[in-house]
Design a protein around this ligand. Structure first.
Ligand SMILES: *Cc1c(COP(=O)(O)O)cnc(C)c1O
Length: 372
């Protein structure tokens, strides 16, 4: 007998839940966890045009693929614990020292770790809603209580209402700008004024997953505000503009004490060597990334105009997707029949920007939709 792995199927059967000796009901899964909404990924279908997950339609540059592939030959070793090579590359890219930067398996991992640093059973976390579906999952998962604040009628953050929602229990506030799924964004001035009004013991998480796609001059990264507001943490990702969604790399930028606390609660070696190599390589290809972002924002303009011409209400988007408020779920089904996948929400439909050909196909199916 050896300890070599032997799959259950090799023993002639697979292990079904019913074969397990103890009923899972005996486990004391936290009620808040048992009640968590499940993350619903954008639908995928082989051969379909996938405009349901805000992914970058352009594959990585050959240099990125080469670096990541080379790193695969070293995966018998653990990667660098805190992704120091990525932090060094980001330090040069952002003009912040590396002790202001932490890296995780997507900015989702950094978000969860950041929330974990402030969560107590009493802690409340304010966030806009409708927004990124990770928020109502990550907040209870970290052990705190969600306090969603509805967007305005124009699908923007209701900053006065968010400030009014602050109580002695408030431990953190999340801003999502540009906001997923509505594409609306906060100006730097709005963020700055907001931060001045938030008590300094409250952590403010500024999720900038789509900031690279902003073409409005006053919608820019809140990085310059960090020196004045050590209670702020900026979350960025390689998943969207940088086209590495499948590699799982994101980062947080903030005060070194906060960064240290986040690293203390993060999963050790959370970012694989190939993912670190890809992130470092993609930061050396900023011109290629900028060209991809330009192609996407030009398509965003074309798609917005075409959809408005078809009679749809389309709020101005600063991200790589468009929001069709009140679009019926039926539109999603109609597009799916044409193998175009978009993302339905209770309040509307989100359409990611793809390549020009993909967008044409989406437009054709949206144009052929007849409202009931
Ligand atoms: C896609 C997205 C992210 C990034 O998630 P990763 O875990 O980095 O892939 C973060 N925030 C928002 C709002 C997003 O839409």
């Amino acid at each position: 007998m050896t300890n070599a792995p032997s799959p259950a199927s090799a023993q002639g059967k697979s292990l079904a839940a019913a074969d397990l000796p103890t009923a899972p009901a005996a486990l004391r899964i936290r009620p808040e966890v048992a009640a968590l909404p499940r993350y619903v990924p954008g639908q995928a279908m082989p051969g379909a045009v996938k405009l349901s997950s805000n992914e970058n339609p352009y594959p990585p540059a050959p240099s990125v693929i080469d670096e990541a592939s080379d790193a695969v030959s070293l995966v018998n070793r653990y990667p660098d614990l805190t992704a120091a090579p990525v932090r060094a590359a980001l330090s040069a890219h952002l003009g912040m020292s590396a002790d202001h930067i932490c890296v995780g398996a997507g900015s989702s991992a950094v978000l969860l770790a950041a929330l974990t640093t402030i969560s107590t059973p009493e802690a409340e976390v304010i966030f806009p809603w409708r927004s990124f579906e990770s928020y109502p999952i990550a907040v209870p998962a970290a052990g705190a209580t969600p306090r969603p604040v509805p967007l305005t009628a124009r699908w923007e953050h209701d900053l006065p209402a968010m400030l009014a929602a602050i109580t002695p229990a408030t431990a953190a506030i999340i801003l999502c700008t540009p906001n997923n799924p509505t594409g609306t964004a906060l100006t730097l001035k709005q963020i700055s004024d907001f931060l001045r009004k938030v008590p300094p013991h409250i952590l403010v998480l500024i999720d900038e997953a789509y900031i690279e796609f902003s073409t409005t001059p006053d919608v820019t990264s809140a990085l310059p505000l960090l020196s004045e507001h050590p209670n702020a943490l900026i979350l960025r990702t390689f998943s969207k503009a940088y086209g590495l969604a499948g590699m799982r790399v994101g980062y947080g930028v903030g005060h070194p004490d906060l960064i240290g606390a986040i690293q203390a609660v993060s999963i050790p070696f959370g970012v694989s060597g190939p993912a670190q190599a890809a992130a470092v390589a993609v930061l050396q290809n900023t011109e290629g990334i900028a060209a991809g972002v330009r192609a996407i924002t030009e398509e965003r303009t074309r798609m917005s105009e075409a959809l408005r011409a078809l009679g749809w209400d389309v709020p101005d988007s600063q991200a790589n997707f468009l929001w069709l408020p009140q679009a019926p779920r039926d539109l999603f089904r109609h597009c799916r029949e044409g193998e175009v996948l978009v993302r339905p929400f209770p309040e509307g439909i989100r359409v990611s920007i793809g390549t020009p050909e993909e967008n044409d196909r989406a437009l054709a199916f949206i144009a052929s939709y007849r409202r009931a």
